[in-house]
Design a protein around this ligand. Sequence first.
Ligand code: HEC
Length: 116
Amino acid sequence: MRRLVLVGTAAAMALCMQAAAAQAVHPDGATLFHQSGCMQCHRLAGAGGDRGPDLSDIGKRRSKKEIRSQVVGGGGGMPAFGGVLPEADIEALVRYLQHCRKKPSAPMGSAATEAR
Ligand code: HEC
């Protein structure tokens, strides 16, 4: 497994945001994550709900394909977004989440990011 070593919380959050923005997705995944209601259930970069898993490091735990299939098909208490959100939005969300690879709450320099 690939281990991402990042320096500090701010850097990790910035990485998550910038990577998505750099791809010029439309509109950007972070905005969609808010607008589509994902945050009601999911925490990301320290903010959001608790009904679903924290997605701050989802890009490390799941492949792009797995993320997409969860978003499109839902399941396990999550509604399906396939047919609800336009394909372009789903693609933007998946690409954004792929780049979210570190929990901001993880203590600096610890291996806690691998713990889940
Ligand atoms: C009503 C609450 C709810 C909403 C809204 C919701 N989710 Fe989820 N989500 C869940 C739950 C609960 C799970 C865990 C499913 C499981 O364990 O099978 C989950 C799982 C996931 C996973 C897989 C997580 C993992 O650790 O493997 C991803 C990715 C995901 N959701 C993305 C999204 C996105 C993107 C949105 C918005 C478009 C969204 N979710 C909206 C409740 C929600």
